[in-house]
Structures are given as structure tokens and as C-alpha cells.
Design a protein around this ligand. Structure first.
Ligand code: 5GP
Length: 361
């Protein structure tokens, strides 16, 4: 009898595992959807506000600004970038290689985040920055937000800095989003494999289309009083609107901010054209720069690319904010926080007519 029950249990569990093996509902990216226009009270793009005010689950703070955050990649999350973006009330997540002494006093605390990893060395560096600058935002950044160690670090950092706005990730699932908020995060960073210089999906097979990740994680976070930051995969200004429409409270973006005067690195000339070099933080370029090479137990999960030199970042900022304002006037959203309520997506086969692609002058 005991043997029979055992066989039934094994059969059942194999069947269950089989049933859950492939989730059949289609997961979507920004390029799979468009937003439907609606009757709108706004006559001009000037009538809408790209800023909003945000409250947090743990940090007792009311933040006001445009909730767009430049990635903490070492060629985008620079002090020069933060100085330019604070003029637009946008945030920069400073890369984690800055020391307390590197951060200047004229940075507005409302518009930068400090980054940390989870090693003791990272946390000691964070401690020195907090003592010297008392920042508002701390971003605990790991590639894999599913490690138990990450959760332990969040709990420790929350106890140590109860009044800070804690951001952390990355994850892509609703359940993990809730777990990290319960551990002490105010804002969960959402996105695995969607980044412009990321090859994680190719190297590991792990990932989740970004629009669906945002839709599902935002819903989960909001149910427990937390927030999310969509991270990666923004290709066009309209993708910011789609991410806000899906429920993102903040949006982090790297690639669109690469190639500017404020981005790190030199301008290089290749066959008469000007470029800046941009690379992922898990690329072999970054690993050689900061860790003396790629350790023999791992492989590179980032690309190194040349980005056409784009001049000052203010042109890109105006292009992004102009695109978002235009979405808002099409759907009747008066400020960023209204975009989700005013958004209906439709699934599409293609988002643009490509006939003259490559013929631009
Ligand atoms: P983007 O806006 O360029 O599409 O995506 C930026 C995001 O890509 C970053 O904020 C970060 O989460 C992620 N990222 C940066 N460097 C790497 C890397 O080397 N590998 C992977 N897998 N992701 C990266």
C-alpha cells in the first residue's frame, strides 16, 4: 500500500511539473503594443506636466520630479549627467565606482541615487557616502534579484537606514517583487535581459519581455504599497509612455543616454565619424576595467558597442520629454501619474511603416 501511494505521488508530481513547464499566455514587449488615443481636454503639449509627486512605503518622504532615471552604467551614471538632468528634475543613478569624495556638494539630493552591490566592501563604501552626503535614494543593484543573499542585504540595509528610499533589483516576477518589498525595498527594479547592451538572454536563456514584466510586477507592488522602476529596453521615447502606461512608477534607461558629452569616455573617430564607446557592466570591457579580467568561473553578459556621438544630453532630454508630453495629450493624461489610468494597449503586428528605413537624410 505504502509503495502504491509513493508511485501515485511521483506520477502526480511529474504530471504537475509537466503541466507548469510552459506558460501559454503570451508575454509582450514595448514593440508588441500601441496606445489607443482618447478624448482629451488638452490643447497643447504645454498643458500637461511631466512631473509628479511620489510617496514611499518605508521612507517618510515626498519626492517631486520627472520619474526618469539614468542607469548606473559607468558611462551614463556620471556626475556630469546628474548635473545636467537635475535641471529637468530627472534622476541619475550614479555608478558604484564613485567614492564619497568624488560626489560634489552641488548635486541636488532629490535627483541622484547612490549605487551599491552586496559585498562588504560595497556596503562600507555606501556607509562612507551616507555619512558624508546623507543621500535620499540608495540603489542596491545585483544582476540576479533571486538570490537569498540579496534579500538578507536588503533587510540589513533597511534596518541600518530606515529613512532612505531603498531601490533594488533586478527581478521580473510578481511574487519576487512582493517578497523584496516585504524585505524592505520601496522601489523594485524590474527587467532581466531587456537592456541594449545585455546578452543575458543569449548566455543563460533567462528573461521576460519587458512590458509584461512591468504590467505584472507593478500590479503586485502596488497591492502591497510598493513601487517599481522599469529598467532596460527603452528604444524610442514612446517606450517611456508605454512603460508608464503599464504601471511603472519610475523608468531607468541607459542606452538612450549613451554617446553624449555628459557620458563617460572619450569621443573616438572611426572612418571619419565620431562615436563614444558604450558597454554593459557585465561586459568583458567592464570586467577588465574594474576586476582585472573575466573570472574563469563566469562569462561576459554584456556587449561593447560604438554609439554615434550625440553632443549635449539636453537635446535627448527634450526629445524624450516632448514624446511623453505628446502621448499625454493624445490620451488625456494631465500628469505622469495619470498615464496608467488613461492607457489602453492594443496588440499589434508592427508599430511602424518601414518603407523608407535607412533612407533618412
Ligand atoms: P537600456 O536602457 O540600455 O536598454 O538598459 C539599461 C539597463 O541594462 C541597465 O540599467 C542595467 O539594468 C542593464 N545592464 C547594464 N549593463 C548590463 C550588462 O552588461 N549585462 C546585462 N545583462 N544587463 C546590463
Amino acid at each position: 500500500m505504502k509503495k502504491f501511494l509513493c508511485i501515485v505521488a511521483v506520477l502526480l508530481s511529474t504530471q504537475l511539473a509537466g503541466a507548469l513547464k510552459v506558460s501559454e499566455d503570451i508575454k509582450l514587449d514595448f514593440s508588441d503594443v500601441l496606445i489607443v488615443p482618447k478624448n482629451s481636454p488638452f490643447k497643447s503639449r504645454n498643458d500637461v506636466k511631466v512631473t509628479t509627486t511620489i510617496r514611499f512605503k518605508y521612507a517618510d518622504y515626498v519626492w517631486a520630479g520627472a520619474p526618469i532615471v539614468v542607469s548606473n552604467i559607468d558611462t551614463t551614471g556620471t556626475i556630469e549627467m546628474a548635473l545636467a538632468l537635475q535641471e529637468y528634475k530627472m534622476l541619475t543613478c550614479l555608478h558604484k565606482f564613485y567614492t564619497a569624495d568624488d560626489i560634489p556638494k552641488n548635486l541636488d539630493k532629490n535627483y541622484y541615487m547612490v549605487s551599491t552591490g552586496t559585498s562588504q566592501k560595497d556596503l562600507d563604501r555606501l556607509d562612507a557616502i551616507v555619512k558624508k552626503h546623507d543621500p535620499i535614494f540608495i540603489c542596491i543593484d545585483v544582476a540576479n534579484g533571486y538570490s537569498q543573499h540579496f534579500v538578507e542585504v536588503i533587510k540589513r540595509v533597511r534596518i541600518k537606514y530606515p529613512s532612505k528610499v531603498l531601490v533594488g533589483g533586478n527581478v521580473v516576477t510578481a511574487e519576487r517583487t512582493k517578497e523584496l518589498i516585504h524585505a524592505g525595498l520601496d522601489i523594485v527594479k524590474v527587467g532581466i535581459g531587456s537592456g541594449s547592451v545585455c546578452v543575458t538572454r543569449l548566455q543563460t536563456g533567462i528573461g521576460y519581455p519587458q512590458l509584461s514584466a512591468v504590467l505584472e510586477c507593478a500590479k503586485a507592488a502596488h497591492e502591497v504599497g510598493g513601487l517599481i522602476m522599469s529598467d532596460g529596453g527603452i528604444v524610442h521615447p514612446g517606450d517611456f509612455s508605454k512603460a508608464f502606461g503599464a504601471g511603472a512608477d519610475f523608468i531607468m534607461c541607459g542606452g538612450m543616454f549613451a554617446g553624449h558629452d555628459e557620458s563617460g569616455g572619450e569621443v573616438v573617430e572611426i572612418e571619419g565619424k565620431h562615436y563614444k564607446i558604450f558597454y554593459g557592466m557585465a561586459s568583458s570591457t567592464a570586467m577588465h576595467k574594474y576586476h582585472g579580467g573575466v573570472a574563469d568561473y563566469r562569462s561576459s553578459e554584456g556587449k561593447t558597442v560604438k554609439v554615434p556621438y550625440k553632443g549635449p544630453v539636453k537635446n535627448t532630454i527634450q526629445n524624450i520629454l516632448g514624446g511623453i508630453r505628446s502621448t499625454m495629450t493624445y490620451i488625456g493624461a494631465g500628469n505622469i501619474a495619470d498615464i496608467e489610468r488613461c492607457t489602453t494597449f492594443i496588440r499589434v503586428n508592427a508599430i511602424v511603416n518601414k518603407i523608407y528605413n535607412g533612407h533618412e537624410v
